[in-house]
Design a protein around this ligand. Structure first.
Ligand code: AP5
Length: 215
């Protein structure tokens, strides 16, 4: 199954994608994670991308389309995958359709995570991430056991550069301007489902699984 988790920054796409990976074993293809990893490794692409990410702007379509094309060809994607943070523009959505069609496949479902900007700003401002193992925390709803230290690997937790208040604002504006249009794109193909992402973690998971399995 090829599933897209669609929704604004902070709506819980990454968190829920990991839960689906644990349940169904399909890989999570997150363009944000791929770009952050390239930036940590100091590649030219990663450093260029970081400049845009730190301002809350989108990385050029051809860059992220290239990343997904390469990753989706891997053997572990044969029986399906979960897209988290891609597509984000109409051009990316059309490129994805073309890429899948060339191997006789298609997107099965896109699930829209519905949330209010107020909740998103609060969640993102309190997010802390482990640089070493990638575990994620939220100071109000999922704090680490010891302040500033990852429960899983003991490394230091940091705030993402793009989780600063002024950048969160631009990311939300970019979402409304460039990504929200994809709702209509998938609705018109009869592939759109939605979940109330303002609920607690486990309730979102239950609703997401329902959305993906209901006929
Ligand atoms: P990316 O990394 O994709 O960021 P995003 O889409 O902005 O998503 P986030 O990771 O911020 O949020 P999320 O919805 O995954 O929520 P999460 O589960 O983390 O992209 C970063 C940047 O890379 C972009 O701005 C852009 O520059 C570039 N980029 C990436 N893809 C691109 C593309 N396709 N095209 C162009 N540029 C691209 O949760 C957030 C917080 O809330 C966490 O702390 C979590 O613990 C907490 N939380 C989650 N769910 C709940 C809940 N139900 N209740 C309470 N707290 C919750």
């Amino acid at each position: 199954m090829i599933v897209i988790l669609l929704g604004p920054p902070g709506s819980g796409k990454g968190t829920q994608a990991k839960r689906l990976v644990a349940k169904w074993g399909w890989p999570q293809l997150s363009t944000g994670d791929m770009l952050r990893s390239a930036s940590t490794q100091g590649t030219r692409l990663g450093l260029e991308a970081k400049k845009l990410m730190d301002k809350g702007e989108l990385v050029p379509d051809e860059v992220v389309i290239g990343l997904i094309k390469e990753r989706a060809q891997a053997a572990d994607c044969e029986s399906g995958f979960i897209l988290d943070g891609f597509p984000r523009t109409l051009q990316q959505a059309e490129a994805l359709d073309q890429m899948l069609a060339s191997t006789g496949r298609e997107v099965d479902l896109a699930v829209l995570f519905l949330s209010s900007d107020e909740v998103l700003v609060r969640r993102l401002s309190g997010r802390r991430t482990c640089l070493k193992c990638g575990s994620m925390y939220q100071l109000e709803t999922m704090p680490p056991r010891s302040q500033g230290v990852c429960d899983q690997c003991g490394a230091v937790l940091v705030q993402r550069d793009d989780d600063k208040p002024e950048v969160i604002k631009s990311r939300l504006a970019v979402y409304h301007e460039k990504t929200a249009v994809l709702t209509e794109y998938y609705r018109s193909q009869g592939k759109l489902r939605s979940v109330d992402a303002n609920q607690p973690f486990d309730a979102v998971t239950v609703n997401l699984i329902q959305a993906l399995t209901e006929k």
